[in-house]
Design a protein around this ligand. Structure first.
Ligand code: FAD
Length: 577
């Protein structure tokens, strides 16, 4: 995989373009690849160019190697599902000669740990007890009906119960949700079905504070508390691994997300052997192979304005070249803002698009719609160890889960050459990010240490990305508590907090009460009189996934740039609202 894509950190004042794409994350690069590959002359010969403030490609995808190990670690996105057909086709067909598909093993639940309320047990414990006709009891005071369920099973139970209590659902989707036994449920709804269900589903529980509300108008926390009690909610949000799944986001949106990702045993996770960010590089390389293509790195869009009708182009964009501190101008007829909520908010100041005086109502709608989603704080800490201490428990892959602030660790693998091994030592979100944030503000970095295979000089190059000393001390304490074992310190770490600007969070979630379909369509072209478009994961219906970024970009390109559906994409694949 060629990751030496040429980036241009320079400037070319008064550059004239047809389309300026801001953001070299997956949605921006996909847009550049599709526009230049469309065969339309208006998008050829350097008329579409890409800009990013970072000195690398990929946005929230970043695959890295730790010295001493021939293994890839993921600081951002790390896997895809084979049901996600744009990313699957790109990886497995379009760019198959450039990268290798790899399994993303979720490990053996009979070896992996849960550590909740100081109770340590194995992840298959619920199933083991269920097979004996018994119930596994944790230290959560669950409702009698819910006792013995794992978090995944309880999520499914709640979703099933809400669906089958709505007569409208039963009338229209009979047979598409199945109760297999006391603990297991099957959901056969397609994403097209879900898009009919989500806005129409009614919460039909007489006596509940939310009786007769649309599920779309209730928060997921509201609904879970009502179904399983606050204690049950606490169990779900801790045992589920991710706090972000159970924030008070749009309950209707949460349903397919939970069923499709974390609860369905049929779902296969895959990744890319050369690193998940290879998909961004492959798109960038294909774009760069077209004449006069250019990716302007380390150039931050500060603002943009509308030019008079007499001008040759519709918009003037002002970039700050971060190396020289100089501002320069670009002229374009269309702008694609391929970026998340926080990045958009950073552009609001003194910008006609966000404060359109001639279209006050539409500008107010844009303001409201930008705020229709919540950004979820998220961070990762990669750690390199001299040996895979987790093999003493029979663990070779997958993740352990705890309610300690570290929340989850993923066992990423071992380099057979020297035994050096990689752990995603902590992967947390929401409130747990604030626990680590205070420690990350301390001045002292973790001191890397040489191993029998890695010299100190090689490790020192990574000094700026080390976790702070106190963080590593704390994580080691928590790893020891979670595993119930003494564990030696790592020799190197790598910390990334996606809450920092310009991202504002790792992923996004719709708020309750919004018409999600209408908001998604609105964001793809907020002002009907302007050729300014917003795309990416944030305002998609597959939030937290690269596929969401691709689907939004694809729909925007078909609707507003007259592109036709790509031949490599399954003709029946539903792109969503
Ligand atoms: P981004 O990747 O955020 O790209 C936006 C780009 O815009 C950035 O490069 C930014 O620098 C640039 N930018 C912003 N403002 C400006 C400006 N003013 N001027 C110039 N440039 C600017 N997805 C999966 O599919 N699978 C996973 O397993 C998965 N796990 C994840 C785990 C974590 C911890 C995180 C953080 C994300 C994860 N995701 C996962 C989500 C996935 O990474 C995102 O959905 C996807 O990368 C978003 O792409 P995007 O193009 O919408 O935005």
């Amino acid at each position: 995989m060629n990751k030496n894509t040429p980036l241009n950190p320079g400037m070319s004042d008064a550059l004239e373009l047809e389309v300026a794409i801001i953001g070299a994350g997956t949605s921006g690069l996909y847009s550049a690849y599709r526009l230049t590959g469309s065969g339309k002359s208006v998008y050829q010969n350097g008329r579409v160019q890409v800009f990013d403030m970072l000195n690398r490609l990929g946005g929230r995808l970043e695959s890295v190697k730790l010295p001493g190990m021939d293994l890839v670690g993921e600081l951002g996105g790390m896997r895809y599902m084979t049901s996600q057909k744009i990313i699957t086709a790109l990886i497995q067909d379009v760019f198959e000669d450039q990268m290798h598909v790899a399994d993303f093993p979720m490990g053996d639940p009979s070896k992996l740990f849960m550590y909740l309320r100081k109770q340590r047990f194995l992840q298959n414990q619920w199933n083991v007890e269920q097979e004996k006709g018994k119930k596994w009891e944790t230290r959560y005071h669950l409702n009698d009906d819910d006792l013995g369920c794992s978090a995944d099973q309880l999520f499914n139970k709640v979703i099933y119960t809400v669906l089958v209590n709505d007569p409208w659902f039963v009338k229209n989707f009979d047979g598409k949700v199945i109760k297999k036994d006391a603990y297991n449920y099957e959901f056969l709804l397609t994403s097209r079905d879900w898009n009919e269900v989500k806005p129409n589903l009614t919460y039909n529980f007489p006596g509940s504070p939310y009786h007769n509300c649309r599920v779309n108008d209730i928060g997921f926390w509201n609904l879970l508390k009502d179904q399983v009690s606050e204690e049950g909610y606490t169990f779900l949000s801790t045992a589920g691994g991710y706090y972000s799944n159970t924030i008070n986001w749009n309950a209707a949106e949460a349903f397919p997300y939970m069923v499709g990702d974390f609860s369905n045993a049929e779902v296969q996770f895959k990744t890319i052997a050369e690193g998940f960010d290879s998909i961004a590089y492959a798109l960038a390389n294909a774009y760069m192979a077209t004449p006069k293509a250019c990716i302007w790195s380390e150039n931050k869009l500060l603002r943009f304005s509308k030019l008079t009708q007499a001008a040759t182009h519709k918009y003037e964009l002002i970039f700050l070249n971060l190396r020289s501190g100089t501002e320069w101008k670009v002229y374009a007829n269309s702008i694609i803002l391929a970026m998340p909520r926080r990045s958009l908010e950073l552009l609001r100041h003194n910008n006609f698009f966000f404060n359109a005086k001639r279209n006050v109502q539409r500008a107010a709608a844009l303001d409201l719609n930008i705020r229709s989603i919540v950004a979820a704080p998220a961070y990762k800490i990669l750690m390199g160890f001299e040996r895979a201490w987790w093999t003493q428990f029979g663990i070779d892959s997958g993740h352990s889960i705890t309610d300690l602030p570290m929340r989850q660790c993923y066992y990423f693998g071992t380099d057979p050459k020297n035994g050096h091994s990689m752990l995603l030592g902590s992967y947390g979100d929401m409130v747990s990010q604030t626990f680590w944030k205070v420690l990350s503000d301390h001045p002292d970095y973790f001191q890397v240490k040489a191993t029998r295979s890695v010299a100190l000089g090689d490790l020192r190059a990574l000094s700026p990305v080390q976790a702070k000393r106190l963080m590593v001390n704390e994580i080691m304490d928590e790893l020891r508590e979670l595993h119930g074992a003494d564990i030696d310190f790592p020799y190197v770490t790598w910390y990334r907090d996606w809450t920092e600007d310009p991202f504002g969070g790792g992923y996004h979630a719709w708020k309750a009460g919004y018409d999600v379909g209408a908001t998604m369509r609105f964001m793809r072209r907020p002002l009907p009189t302007e050729r300014i478009h917003i795309c990416g994961e944030a305002y998609s219906d597959q939030q937290g996934w690269v596929e969401g970024a691709f689907c939004e970009a694809e729909k925007m390109l078909q609707e507003y740039f007259t592109l036709t559906r790509p031949l490599w994409l399954d003709k029946d694949y539903y792109l969503g609202w």
